[in-house]
Design a protein around this ligand. Structure first.
Ligand code: AMP
Length: 402
């Protein structure tokens, strides 16, 4: 019998998200989440997709090892345990793969060492991702573990895009360059958009706008990323839920010298207390829209700043790509906030992009066009699916040799 199941693990510092997929038809068998690992109030929420049954477990889960063991028990209860011969591999989300990892990679000791070496450029994410890998390896040492990197899709960016305008020797010594993030989502959404247009990814140029709590834009030329808005870290680029996105780097010197703030304080300010939250006290787009409807000027200004930055990137990527076939909106805000899509595309008629208000307002879970058929540039809403993309890449890598 051929094994066709892939378990996808997305391991955060205190959480473990997972999905079990059967890659014969890319169907989900189980999905779940362990939260607040290491606290007294840990919670495991598990759903068996075929029966629709959801089970919750509350109480302390000490570490990732205990979390994965608890997940294994839940999967076994559904008859799809980790010891099943149908399980082909485990696919792990790894945030930072640097320049080294351009593709999904089967994990061995050397790969773990290299992911560890990247911790200085991804101090929050890579250690957590590694914990997930180590835990899964200990539980099923015989099973292929595949690392799928958030940065990999962006490694096709030309040097002219990836380099900052600083001394290259200094930059190389400290690995300072533009890596980009959300790559798994940008890869999935750009390909799905091509399919929506009835084309191959190699036939179209797409601007992908991944607008979640974190947000990034990318310019994808014939299936390859040629530019993206995040840089050395996820701080660069668009206005986000709590991150400032682009600002004059001298703001940092100014806050340190004149404002007397420490580097850690500025780091926290720009990553956790800026963006929509910093501007108006809310980072949830639903709340911001509700406040705007009630006449709140602070929320309206935050929205306008968010949209202005988005438009600047759309315009920049038109110029980078030369010809644009589609603009695709994805992630929590991109998939759900019709007002954001409408405002971001408003005024781009001259560039061929427009939105049909009725199509834009209609809700749906499927990839869909929201531009009228007459538009030269298609505008699409494409729900992202990073777990499916990780499972697909894992299966493509390991399934062949199975
Ligand atoms: P993500 O990081 O992709 O999970 O996106 C989370 C963000 O999506 C939230 O912070 C909200 O701002 C936004 N969001 C989720 N649902 C909606 C909705 N129905 N309307 C507007 N924004 C939404």
């Amino acid at each position: 019998m051929t094994a066709t199941r892939v378990l996808v693990l997305n391991s955060g510092s205190s959480s473990l998200k997972y999905q079990l997929l059967d890659m014969r038809d890319a169907s989900r068998l189980a999905v779940g989440l362990v939260e607040r690992i290491g606290e007294q109030t840990s919670r495991l929420k598990h759903t068996c997709v075929s029966t629709g049954e959801t089970r919750e477990q509350n109480g302390p889960i000490a570490d990732h090892d205990a979390a994965l063991k608890a997940v294994a028990v839940e999967l076994a209860r559904d008859g799809v345990g980790l010891d099943s011969p149908d399980l082909l591999a485990i696919g792990h989300r790894v945030v930072h793969g640097g320049m080294f990892f351009t593709e999904p990679t089967v994990v061995d000791d050397g790969v773990i060492t290299e992911i560890e070496r990247l911790i200085p450029v991804a101090p929050l994410h890579n250690p957590a991702n590694l914990t997930g890998i180590r835990t899964a390896r200990a539980l099923r040492p015989d099973l292929p573990q595949v690392a799928v990197f958030d940065t990999a899709f962006h490694t096709t960016m030309p040097e002219s895009t990836a380099r900052y305008a600083i001394d290259p020797r200094l930059a190389d010594r400290y690995r300072v360059r533009r890596y980009g993030f959300h790559g798994t989502s940008h890869a999935y959404v750009s390909r799905r958009t091509a399919r929506l247009l009835g084309k191959e990814p190699s036939e179209v140029n797409v601007i992908v706008l991944h607008l979640g709590n974190g947000a990034s834009a990318s310019a994808v030329e014939k299936g390859r990323c040629v530019d993206t808005s995040m840089g050395l870290t996820p701080l660069e680029g668009l206005v986000m839920g709590t991150r400032s996105g682009d600002l004059d780097p001298a703001v940092i010197f100014h806050l340190a010298r004149v404002g007397g703030m420490s580097m850690d304080e500025i780091d926290t300010l720009l990553n956790k207390r800026s963006g929509l939250f910093g501007l108006c006290g809310d980072n949830d787009m639903r709340e911001i829209r509700r406040r705007i409807d009630e006449g709140d000027r602070e929320a309206a200004l935050a929205f306008d700043i968010y949209i202005h930055r988005l438009k600047k990137y759309i315009g920049a990527y038109y110029a980078v790509l030369g010809k644009v076939d589609a603009i695709a909106f994805t992630a929590g805000v991109g998939e759900n906030a019709a007002a954001v899509r409408q405002a971001a595309i408003a005024g781009l008629e001259g560039l061929g992009a427009l939105v049909d208000p009725e199509l834009n307002g209609a809700r749906g879970d499927e990839a869909r066009l929201i531009s009228p058929p007459s538009a030269r540039v298609a505008v699409a809403v494409v729900p992202t699916d990073e777990e499916l993309e990780i499972a697909t890449q894992t299966y493509a890598l390991v399934g062949k040799s199975n």
